[in-house]
Write a protein that binds this ligand. Structure first.
Ligand code: HEC
Length: 196
């Protein structure tokens, strides 16, 4: 009888400990207090703490992780960096102008995965990859570098402005589709420091 009581007590204790653990584990699960990014194909949650170190404590990344809004959009200093990051990591497969090559075009309003219409979806595709040759890029780009790359991809967009949901109303008014040969000044000032 005493034995049974002990066992019951132990079980109860375990159950309480378990419930307690679950209760704290949820809200403190890493830096993802805002948006949960999900793998574009599987829908599995992505852990943004994984991958290349650094580039997580900038204002832009903090804002983005909370709201999904990329404040680097249309910032010339970030476009300068994004152009070079895109050239190194993406253009080989997606084309210099994101017109499509081995991978699909990224400069029009057609998406295999409509989630890429939003910057949060595009981030998830870059971070976690999609199918086949589209592998995850979280080992070679930090989240901050991904936001700069996204700014550049959005800059290459040539589709109708009404579908450019990443632009705010003021940006939509001044939006002009990208033209080949357009040069971003290397000393452009803004939120992004020149890449090292
Ligand atoms: C080795 C070639 C390769 C590289 C490098 C590559 N991609 Fe891809 N990408 C692909 C292929 C192939 C697909 C199609 C995969 C699919 O449909 O699931 C794709 C799909 C995508 C999509 C989904 C497009 C849609 O229509 O929904 C996005 C967004 C994307 N890539 C962005 C990028 C970015 C940004 C980079 C650079 C950081 C990059 N890719 C680097 C080959 C590549």
């Amino acid at each position: 009888m005493i034995e049974t009581k002990k066992t019951l007590g132990a079980l109860l204790g375990l159950a309480i400990a378990g419930a307690g653990l679950a209760a704290v584990a949820q809200p403190s699960a890493g830096p993802q207090t805002g948006i949960v990014f999900r793998n574009t194909v599987t829908g599995e949650p992505l852990n943004t703490a994984e991958g290349k170190e650094g580039g997580r404590d900038t204002e832009a990344v903090k804002t983005f992780f909370q709201t999904g809004k990329n404040i680097y959009i249309d910032d010339k200093s970030c476009l300068r960096n994004g152009e070079s990051l895109y050239a190194t990591s993406c253009s080989g497969c997606h084309g210099h102008l994101a017109e499509g090559k081995l991978g699909p075009g990224l400069n029009d309003n057609y998406w295999t995965y409509p989630s890429n219409t939003e910057d949060s979806g595009l981030f998830a595709t870059i971070f976690g990859g999609a199918n086949g040759m589209m592998g995850p890029h979280n080992e070679n780009l930090t989240p901050d570098e991904m936001l700069q790359t996204i700014a550049w991809i959005r800059h290459l967009y040539t589709g109708p402005v009404k579908d450019a949901v990443w632009l705010n109303d003021a940006q939509k008014k001044t939006y002009t589709p990208y033209k080949e040969g357009e040069k971003i000044p290397q000393d452009a000032k803004g939120q992004c420091k020149p890449l090292e």
